[in-house]
Write a protein that binds this ligand. Structure first.
Ligand code: SF4
Length: 411
């Protein structure tokens, strides 16, 4: 088994209690795993009684309660009653590991620190050195999954390696890094689509025995060439020229700032139509949209330029890198690589825009607390709801608001 993780993964320590600005023990529903649930059945006294009453004994669900949707066992000091009375060994798997997240593939586990936790988010934003992804091989056998496309997964791992390196190239502007990341994913996804189209057309018996078509030699050669091409120092200029020559020549680098303001407002509006975890989320987004509506384009543009001048590109790089690391290989299940990288870019741009709005509202100041607050809140709203994650991914694949054309115009 191979384990991947960012080099700061093992440094995380939960501060918990009142010291944490936004405890993770509220809003979302925690499900106790079966093993821990069996352990809870032996707990006696007042706590045992509460466990039997408040935890669904079949599903393990602990429904959040009250206005703040708090976990039933989160006490007034924002500490967990189960830990206080029985110790950390009695935590269920989710609570024990959070915000450590593991993405599971047959013979690979990818670990990350979810920036839904304000402390993990701060740790990432304060980091100045480029993050390194470490891997460790263990003797554990991988799972055998006949349906899993191991060949595609290898291509994705290689592509991600290249994307992450590119995103840390500080010789390039952050917009260039985003544009090139989208370019690579767009070009590689075309080869992935060609292969999956052949798979769709395979006969019934091949499908029954999960027999898969491989990439052709030509496709594999193209993938190598694409990765090499985007490493060249003039890749960005060449990509711009190719886009200019293509039918979609109105693609990007347009000076139409009205477009930019509108595109981002439309994206933020889309968030208002999704499930809200915190009751204050939608009103907050609406207030952001109101501020934007009240500004004319000239004012927006001038303020944004001023804001950009005080923005630290390294923080933007860390966000882009984080989302790319977490999302990229998830396309092993649907081949939609471009949508995953769009998600990484759009998430980063929306967080930057929320920071911009906060900076405007606070007389052109923005503290690290503010940055952590808005970055972790946005990610929590999107990532802590399976429904939202699915919708967000599918919007990137199908909704014209999130077209490549639109995203390029934002860069
Ligand atoms: S949000 Fe992070 S720091 Fe706060 S309680 Fe949860 S894991 Fe600990």
């Amino acid at each position: 088994m191979r384990y991947y993780y960012p080099d700061y993964f093992k440094d995380f320590v939960c501060i918990g209690g009142k010291a944490c600005s936004d405890s993770c023990c509220h809003i979302w529903q925690i499900t106790v795993d079966k093993k821990t649930l069996r352990k809870y059945k032996h707990v006696t006294g007042e706590l045992g009684k509460r466990m039997a009453e408040k935890i669904d004994q079949k599903t393990g669900d602990i429904c959040p309660h009250g206005e703040e949707n708090r976990c039933e066992f989160l006490n007034e000091d924002n500490l967990c009653d189960i830990v206080a009375k029985l110790g950390e060994d009695y935590l269920c798997e989710t609570c024990y590991t959070h915000p450590r997240h593991e993405e599971v593939y047959p013979d690979v586990r990818e670990r990350s620190l979810a920036i839904t936790c304000p402390i993990a988010c701060r740790q990432l934003l304060e980091r100045k050195k480029p993050v390194r992804i470490i891997y460790e091989d263990t003797d554990e056998p991988g799972d055998k999954d006949k349906k899993f496309d191991y060949e595609l997964f290898d291509v994705l791992l290689k592509t991600r390696d290249n994307l992450l390196k590119l995103q840390q190239d500080r010789e390039l502007t952050i917009s260039q890094r985003m544009a090139l990341s989208l370019g690579i994913s767009h070009d590689i996804e075309r080869r992935i689509r060609a292969k999956s189209l052949r798979n769709k057309n395979t006969g019934f018996l091949d499908k029954l025995f999960a027999k898969k078509n491989s990439f052709t030699d030509e496709e594999l050669g193209d993938i190598e060439k694409i990765l090499k091409y985007y490493k060249k120092s003039d890749a960005f200029e060449k990509m711009c020229k190719n886009i200019e020559k293509s039918e979609e020549s109105d693609w990007f680098m347009l000076d139409d700032e009205e477009d930019k303001k509108k595109i981002l407002s439309d994206m933020i509006f889309t968030l208002c139509t999704m499930e809200a975890l915190k009751p204050t989320w939608i009103p907050y987004l609406q207030s952001v949209l109101n501020i934007r509506q009240q500004m004319d384009n000239k004012e927006y543009l001038e303020s944004y330029k001023e804001f950009e001048a005080v923005t630290d590109d390294i923080e933007i790089e860390q966000l882009l890198f984080y989302f790319t690391y977490v999302y990229c290989c998830q396309s092993a299940y649907d081949g939609a690589l471009l949508a995953k990288i769009k998600m990484a870019v759009v998430n980063t741009l929306i967080i930057k825009e929320l920071w911009f709005m906060c900076w405007l509202e606070n007389d052109k100041t923005l503290t690290m607390e503010d940055k952590v607050e808005y970055a972790h809140w946005f990610v929590r709203e999107v990532e802590n709801s399976d429904e939202n994650m699915e919708q967000w991914d599918s919007l990137m694949q199908r909704n014209p608001r999130f077209s490549l054309d639109n995203i390029f115009k934002l860069l």
